[in-house]
Design a protein around this ligand. Sequence first.
Ligand SMILES: Nc1ncnc2c1ncn2[C@@H]1O[C@H](COP(=O)(O)OP(=O)(O)OP(=O)(O)O)[C@@H](O)[C@H]1O
Length: 470
Amino acid sequence: MQRKMPYTNPTATILIIDDDADIACAAQLLLRRRFGSIHTLTDPTGLTHLLKSVQPDVVLLDLNFTPGRIDGSEGLALLDMLQNQANPPAVITMTAYADVPLAVAALKRGATDFITKPWDNEHLIATIQAALTRRFAHEKSKQTTFASNHPQVAKSGLIGNSRAMNDLRAMLASVAPTSANVMILGENGVGKELVARAIHDASTRAGNTFLSVDMGALPESTLESELFGHRKGSFTGAQGERAGRFQAARGGTLFLDELGNMPLGAQAKLLTVLERREVTPLGADQPIAIDVRIVSATNLDEVSLYQPQVFRSDLLFRLNTIVIRVPPLRERNEDVPMLLEHYLHHYQQQYQRAARPVSVTTLSRLVNYPWPGNVRELRQACERAIILGNNTEYDFHDFGLPTASTNATTVTSTPADTETMSVDSVRLESLEREAINTALASAQGNISQASKALGISRPALYRKIEKHGI
Ligand SMILES: Nc1ncnc2c1ncn2[C@@H]1O[C@H](COP(=O)(O)OP(=O)(O)OP(=O)(O)O)[C@@H](O)[C@H]1O
C-alpha cells in the first residue's frame, strides 16, 4: 500500500535544473501539488536571467549538462553561482547512483543534500521539506529564540550554539513529530545516539520505549532471534519463548546503531521486515505486525554507504527518508567552549573538585585541536583534566591530548594570554577573529589554503568570515 505523503508547503518556490526535459517535467508534476510554485530550466545558461524574476527556496540541480561530460564541473559551477546570491537557496543535487562521490563533493561545497536518480517520490519530497525547514529556521531564528519554540528539542542535552547545531535542532523539531524513518550520519563520537534519543523524546512515541541495538555487535547467526524473537524449541538452546527487539520496542523507537557493520545477509532480512511491517519469530507460524519507528546511524561516509557491496540500496531507501548529518566537532569548533564548560562542571561535581579557570592559551589550543574522537574525546579529556590537573588553572597538558596535532592554527600570542579567565565567549570570539585574519593574510586571501591552515572546512571558514564580518 502506498503510504500517504506527509508534507506540503504552499508558499515554497522550487526550481528544477535538468537538461533532460522528461526528468524536469516528471519532478514538476510530482511537486506542483505539494509546493507553491515550481519552475524548470533545461538550459542552465538561462539561470542568471531566470534569477532576476524568480527567487527559489530550493533548487534541484543536475550536475552534468553537456553530453559526454560526467565530471560534474558544470553543476558545481552553478552551485557556486547559486550560493553567491544575496539570499541563496538550498541546493539539492541530483545524480545517478554511480555518481555519489560527486554528490558528496557538492555537499562539501555547500549543497544541502542530494538524491539519486531515479528517485523515490516520498524521499524526494521529504528531502525538499527538510531543506526548506532548515532554510526557514535560519530566518526565524533571527526573530525568536529556539528554546521557547521547541522545548522538547531544547531539553535534548545537545550542547552547542554553532550554526550547525542550531540547524540540527531546527531539523529535529520538524522531523521528530512525523513517523518518517531517519538515518543519522556522522563520525564516531559526534552525538548520533544523542540525536536519536532527542528525536524519540520529541516525538509522539516519547511515552513508549526507545531501544538501541548495536547492529555491528550482533552475530549473523543470532540476529534473527535477537531482532525478531523466537518460540521455544525453534533451535538448539531456545529453551523459552523470547520477544525480539522489534516487539520490545512496540509503539516506540528502535535505534539501529552501527548500521554500516551489518552483514549483507542480515540486511536482506531486515528489508523484508520493513517492507511487510511484520516479523515472524523463529519457529512461529504467524507473523506479528510491528509498530516501530526506525532511526538508524552509521559512521560510514556517504561514498562508502552507497557502495552496493557495502549496503543494499533498497534497504537504504527504506531507512533514509530523512538524512541528518551531524558535523564533526572540528567543523563547529565554536561549540568547544560551551562543551568544555559543561563537561568540566559535570566532572567537578562528580569528583567533588573545586572549579578552576582555563587559561586563554589553553582555551585557544583546545578550540583549535582537531578532536578526531569528537565530543566523546572532549568529554573524556575533561574527565582527565579534573583528575590529573592540580594547578590553579587548567593547563592544556591536563587534558592528556596529543600535542603534535594541536598546532593546526597559530594563534598570535599577546600579553593577555597570560591572563586567566573562565570560559569566556567574548574573548574567544576575538581570538578566533585574529586567527582567521592571520590565516587569510598568510594565504593571501586564498580560502582553501586558509581553511587548511586553520584545520576547518571551507564552508566552516566562510561561515566564520560572515559571522565576524571580515
Ligand atoms: N552536542 C553534544 N552535547 C553534549 N554532549 C554530547 C554532544 N554530542 C555528543 N555528546 C556526548 O558525547 C558522547 C558520544 O556521543 P554519542 O554516543 O551520541 O556519539 P555517537 O556519534 O553515537 O558515537 P559512536 O558513533 O561512536 O557510537 C556521549 O557521552 C554524548 O553524551
